[in-house]
Every structure is written in C-alpha cells, then in structure tokens.
Write a protein that binds this ligand. Sequence first.
Ligand code: SF4
Ligand code: SF4
Ligand code: SF4
Length: 307
Amino acid sequence: MVARVAQEWFAICGGCEVTILDIGEPLIELLEKINIVHMPVLMDHKLYGQTGEGTAMEIPEAEVGIITGGVRNEEHRHLAKEMRKKCKVLIAMGTCACSGGIPALGNLSLKDEILKKVYEESVTTDKGVAPSVDIPPLTDRVYAISEVVPVDVSLPGCPSTPEMVTEALTALLTGTAFALPTKSVCDDCPTIREKKAVSGLKRNLQAPEFTVGRPLKEMRCLMEQGILCLGPATRTGCGGSEGTPRCIRAYQPCEGCFGPISEKANPMVDMMGALSTVGLDPKNVADRAATFNRFSGAGRLRPLPKR
Ligand code: SF4
Ligand code: SF4
Ligand code: SF4
C-alpha cells in the first residue's frame, strides 16, 4: 500500500523541511511507498480546495501527518486540529513542534509586549502599529503541538536528523516499533571526564582547548573546561549513524536542541546538579531559565515578574 502523507508547517525556520531533503538516497526508496498529498514547502499551498471553492481551511486525508513548528497563532491552532482530524498518525517533527523550540523563548514575554517592542519600540523600525487585518491573531504564547492535539510520534532536534525521520517513517509504514533514545548526550560523548572542572565557567562562545586533527577522545569534557554544555540534561540521538553528538563533533558544546531526556525531566534541575558535580557554580550561568530551557519553553517558560 502507498501511504498518503500530509505535512504542515507552523512557527518554523524551514530547517526541518531541509532535513527531509537531507535524507538523501533513502528518500528515493521512501518516495516509492508514500504519496505526498499536502506539503507547502513542495507544492502550491491550497487550503480552501483546489479552486478556492472551500469555505474553511481543510487538509486532505492522509495515513501520516507531519507537523513542523509550534502553535503561535490561531491559524496554526485550527490547522493542528484539522491535521489531527484528517491524519491517522500524527508526527510532531523538530523541537519547535515537540516543545516550542527557539520561538518559545518568546514565552518569557507577554504577547502584547512582543508586538509593542517589534512595531513601536524597535530602534531599527519606524514607529507603527501592530497589524490586525487579514492576518491570524497570535495565541497568548507558543504551544507545543501536543498541548493542542494528541501526538503519536515526537521527533525532537533542531532539526531532527535525517536518520531519525527515515527510521520513524519506515517504522510507521512497516508497522514496526519506533522509540526515541532514553540516554543523555553525555552518554554518547567520547571526551575525557575527570569529574572536576579545571576553571570557573568561561564566557559564552569561548573556544575549547583541543588539538586540531587529534581524535575527540583526547579532548577534555567541555564542561570540565568551564564551557557550559547542556549534554547532561539533553536527550541523545543527534549523532545519527555516527553516534557522536553533532555539536561535540564540531568541538562545540551541546545547546540542548534534542530537549529533555524524558517528558518528566527538568533540565534546570539536571543542569544545576551536573554543574555542581564538577565544581561549577550554577549561579554564574546568566539567564538560567532561558538557557536551560532554550529549546523547550512551550510548557516551561513564562513571563518573568516585573522588577
Ligand atoms: S526545530 Fe529547528 S530546524 Fe526545525 S523548524 Fe524549529 S528552528 Fe527550524
Ligand atoms: S558535558 Fe558536554 S562535553 Fe562533557 S561529556 Fe557531556 S556532552 Fe560531552
Ligand atoms: S549536541 Fe546538543 S545541541 Fe548539538 S545537535 Fe546534539 S542535542 Fe542538539
């Protein structure tokens, strides 16, 4: 059977769609088993019927639905419900869809504060008024898809890996099991750990010490070098077939894009514990709530109390 696939994008950057293209050769094999019936990035975006005859936004029926991006306006909310209604299995793809992603950092401010800042107070913009005609109203905050409708499969990552997307789609098409890893990025990190930091926390973006060309297993753990790394509080899986986490491969710290290790985990608590374990003071991390929940603010970040 050829499965129909419908995909919609909400509050996104487009990187998750690039991941679908990045699947590469296995995509050719997948395309023989699927029929893409709706995908705005690929085809003309018809939501009111093929000739505009519809009176409400509709998604065609499909076996598999994929949503990228979180819910940031009322149109997204409507389409999330429509996708749920029309698709037998619903996938939330990418950290924006799974837990709000970077757009959910906006949950630290009230909706009206954001509009005021952007349209009236930004130093690079002539003072204007927030648009209100012919555009969908913003929701009060950014929501993960699972906060609006039930989701069957979540594929975290900013973006998810092509391998993970292929594995999930293949599992759905063949009726086999698919599960996310339950370990942390540290568990797949080959760096040397001695359970103590050599210095205090360094400034953001300070380069780690390593010898160019030498294997990663000879590099000291970045956190123990005083570089904030969210590996201890982040779900692994970004390494794909290579195993070693993506950022670590580039000698960069993990920023947490795969989100918390489990739904119940609290990255703030996990990171405070991890920092203390190597003798670093969590109080020296600026903007802690946003830093530790950078990719998972949908249900976790709220406007800060006014000083
Ligand atoms: S998860 Fe990352 S790559 Fe995907 S849409 Fe969001 S910001 Fe873009
Ligand atoms: S803290 Fe970062 S560098 Fe250290 S082991 Fe974990 S992922 Fe690797
Ligand atoms: S190392 Fe961390 S931030 Fe980098 S891709 Fe993996 S989960 Fe995302």
